[in-house]
Write a protein that binds this ligand. Structure first.
Ligand code: F3S
Length: 63
């Protein structure tokens, strides 16, 4: 599973980071999220799916 965050959609709600802190990091500058990894480790996949569902901006995609 690969993960991306659409930087234009992200509004810094932080829910992705709360769901999967090993996969997402928040910018200290604007609070926006970006993935720490391109390929999600298998043991983090459920957390990332939760992050996708929780983002109110629909900024996270997996494929
Ligand atoms: Fe951004 Fe959505 Fe996370 S708005 S900080 S990708 S919960």
């Amino acid at each position: 599973m690969k993960v991306r965050v659409d930087a234009e959609r992200c509004q810094g709600h932080t829910l992705c980071f709360m769901r999967a802190p090993d996969v997402f990091e928040l910018s200290e500058i604007d609070g926006h999220s970006s993935p720490l990894v391109e390929e999600v480790p298998e043991d983090q996949e459920n957390r990332v799916v939760e992050a996708v569902r929780s983002c109110p901006e629909r900024a996270i995609s997996v494929f």
